[in-house]
Design a protein around this ligand. Structure first.
Ligand SMILES: Nc1ncnc2c1ncn2[C@@H]1O[C@H](COP(=O)(O)OP(=O)(O)OP(=O)(O)O)[C@@H](O)[C@H]1O
Length: 265
């Protein structure tokens, strides 16, 4: 039977983005789209431009040319907090938590990015503020439950295990209410069992209605969890497709093995 499911709309569009650092072109006319509800993997050897791509998307760097659009809205020239408000959240390669705050407080800080309560509501603890606070608390606990660390909510973030801190980072990013959740090497430093659990968590997050962009070096994880994969090498997109297509792509194999394409095929 022909597939009659309508194609999902593009949530994020990276449109012909180039970024140069002096003489180095870290992204060279890169275009790809992330569709609503999918898990997209962004992979490539060291120095391929993956993190730079994240940084352009999240407003850390400005593209030299081209633009990134979220839900049709250009992110060019927007400040980081504005991009978060528009619905793009990220985690970092190096964990960035408020270590002297509790687990729950870390998630509440994320939720504040979307708070519509004004200064006076908060100052006089007006009913609107209290209601919003209660809702934020319930939502934060729900997110901690989702990532599997609800029992630790009163603990200082510094006292969590490494794996728990990574989960907390994901919960905090989700607390900003993103349309797109970008995970930068979330499995770094994980053992095989933790990687399997992370795969399950990423799928669970997507099943909650989130769209996920994943930068990850671990091929088994990327192949096991993503719907589609975009491959960068030396700042250029060299391939795009399903995990099965990417696994068999000679250009990708060559990029990873560091051999000529003809030798790899
Ligand atoms: N702020 C910067 N100034 C100068 N060069 C930069 C800057 N940021 C990144 N680069 C360079 O851009 C290229 C792409 O780097 P990037 O960190 O995006 O690669 P990556 O694919 O994320 O690599 P890795 O897997 O090692 O994290 C590299 O050559 C890097 O040295």
């Amino acid at each position: 039977m022909p597939d009659t499911t309508p194609a999902k709309k593009a949530l994020l569009e990276v449109d012909d983005v180039t970024i140069k650092f002096g003489g180095l072109t870290a992204m060279d006319s890169v275009s790809f789209q992330i569709r609503e509800g999918e898990i997209l993997g962004l992979i490539g050897p060291n120095g391929a431009g993956k993190t730079t791509c994240f940084n352009v998307m999240t407003g850390v760097y400005q593209a030299t040319s081209g633009e990134v659009r979220l839900d049709g809205v250009s992110l060019a020239g927007r400040r980081r907090h504005k991009i978060t408000q528009l619905g793009l959240a990220r985690t970092f390669q190096n964990i960035r938590l408020f270590k002297s705050m509790t687990v729950l407080e870390n998630v509440m800080v994320g939720a504040d990015a979307h708070s519509k309560v004004g200064f006076f509501d908060a100052l006089f603890r007006l009913p609107r503020h209290r209601r919003t606070e209660e809702e934020a608390l319930a939502k934060a606990k729900g997110l901690l439950d989702l990532v599997g660390i609800k029992a630790r909510h009163d603990e200082l973030a510094a006292n969590l295990s490494y794996g728990e801190q990574r989960r907390l980072e994901i919960a905090r990013a989700m607390a900003t209410g993103p349309k797109l959740l970008c995970l930068d090497e979330p499995a770094a430093g994980f053992n095989p069992a933790e990687k399997v659990q992370l795969m399950q968590l990423i799928k669970k997050v997507r099943d909650q209605g989130y769209t996920v962009l994943l930068i990850e070096h671990d091929m088994k994880l990327v192949m096991g969890v993503t719907d589609r994969i975009v491959v960068l090498e030396f700042g250029k997109k060299i391939a795009e497709g399903t995990p099965a297509e990417i696994r068999d792509n000679p250009a990708v194999i060559a990029a990873y093995l560091g051999v000529d394409e003809e030798d790899a095929s």
